[in-house]
Design a protein around this ligand. Structure first.
Ligand code: UD1
Length: 364
């Protein structure tokens, strides 16, 4: 069996790493029956958005690098398709495995499907029901053309059923992103990131913002800027800045006028970021994955978005969804800092074995 797994953007790397490890373990017991190749589209290309994750996650150098880089959605998607088709025609894999919801995910699944190669989607079924999000368009389309769908939380099963996907095509396996958290958690003990920024455990707020709806427009970014400055009156804030966000903070003249209690950094690698997540008193984010990681780690999280495709993190986890009213978000953040914490549980099957279940199912 030959599988090509696709990675393109930062949130993909920690999802493919456990799959690669599970294949390796399977092959040790079964005399190399799966060939697993990794294709990096190059959607993210900065060292700190890409290479550092290969090192931290012990991923091998990708077998194929497409080098597509940035561009409009159409340009990026089209460039990946043209380059990926060449690889598929030469390699003729049995499966293309895609993860998550980024442009590389839709580009590679669509290319494979048109060549009648089976598509596996890991992290299927998630829905924000907001078609203004590029990721939601990608999720819906990828699921529609996938042959095997691996689901992280129960809402995903319900969504796929509601869209008419046959029960025989999807499997509830848990969350590969949590496989990575569990596997690499011991390494956070040797991270020096807290020391580097003079942060104390459970005494700082971690911030990440990169959604176009939050950072591309001046008015919304100004509101978030004010919110962060107000939080910084009470706690140290560390804010690793995504390239998209940096560009807009510079463009709107905000980058140099943050409260001095806010530490702005470059994007941070996997182990150091996991260390920051685990030890934060509170996280303010608009990321998808961080909602899940904080729920697994029992860390308080306020999601600065109006919708989430990961509702389990709000229903039973430590996440609060407060994007439509930033005054309310600020009050909720202050309440957390005053000790009003949400007690959470770990969702079903988020046990570090999702990738193993996927490989078992593929060989079953
Ligand atoms: C992409 C994903 C998003 C994911 C995010 C994580 C899509 C539609 N969006 O958004 O779901 O949460 O990655 O980061 O696929 N840039 C660099 N260096 C890089 C990569 C990007 O400077 O290595 C800059 C470029 O100016 C680029 C911009 O960031 O135009 C946006 O990058 P892009 O890949 O288009 O989308 P993200 O906002 O990163």
């Amino acid at each position: 069996m030959k599988i090509i797994s696709v990675v393109g953007a930062r949130p993909n790397f920690m999802k493919v790493a456990p799959i690669h490890r599970a294949v390796k373990n399977f092959n040790q017991l079964n005399k190399n029956t799966i060939t697993h190749l990794i294709c990096h589209t190059g959607q993210h290309y900065d060292k700190k958005m890409s290479k550092i994750f290969f090192d931290d996650l012990e991923l091998p150098k990708p077998d194929f690098y497409l080098g597509v880089g940035s561009g409009s959605h159409a340009e990026q998607t089209a460039k990946v398709m043209v380059e990926f088709e060449k690889i598929l025609l030469t390699e003729k894999p049995d499966y293309v495995l895609v993860v998550g919801d980024v442009n590389s995910t839709i580009a590679c699944s669509l290319t494979a499907k048109k060549l009648h190669i089976k598509v596996i989607h890991v992290e299927a079924g998630l829905r924000s029901f907001d078609m203004n999000m590029p990721e939601e368009i990608n999720r819906v389309l990828v699921d529609r053309i996938s042959d095997m769908l691996f689901v992280t939380e129960k809402s995903g099963l319900e969504n796929l059923r509601n869209e008419g996907v046959s029960d025989t095509m999807f499997y509830f396996v848990g969350n590969v992103m949590i496989d990575s958290v569990k596997h690499y958690l011991p390494k956070t003990k040797i991270s020096l990131i807290l020391k580097k920024y003079s942060l104390e455990e459970k005494k700082y707020v971690l911030v990440t913002l990169h959604r176009p709806s939050n950072v591309d427009g001046k008015e919304q970014l100004r509101k978030l800027f004010n919110l962060l400055n107000n939080i910084a009156e009470r706690r140290k804030v560390i804010f690793p800045v995504h390239p998209r966000t940096k560009k807009h903070l510079e463009e709107f003249g905000m980058i140099d006028s943050f409260n001095e209690n806010i530490i702005l950094t470059e994007p941070i690698g996997y182990i150091d970021f996991l260390t920051l997540t685990k030890n934060a008193e509170l996280i303010l984010t608009d990321s998808g994955g961080i909602q899940e990681e904080s729920t697994y780690l029992g860390v308080q999280c306020i999601t600065l978005r109006t919708t989430t495709e990961r509702p389990i993190t709000v229903e039973i986890g430590t996440n609060q969804l407060l994007g439509n009213d930033l005054d309310k978000a600020e009050s909720a953040a202050i309440a957390v800092l005053n000790g009003n914490k949400k007690i959470g549980q770990i969702p079903e099957k988020w046990d570090g074995k999702a990738a193993e279940r996927i490989i078992e199912r593929l060989k079953g």
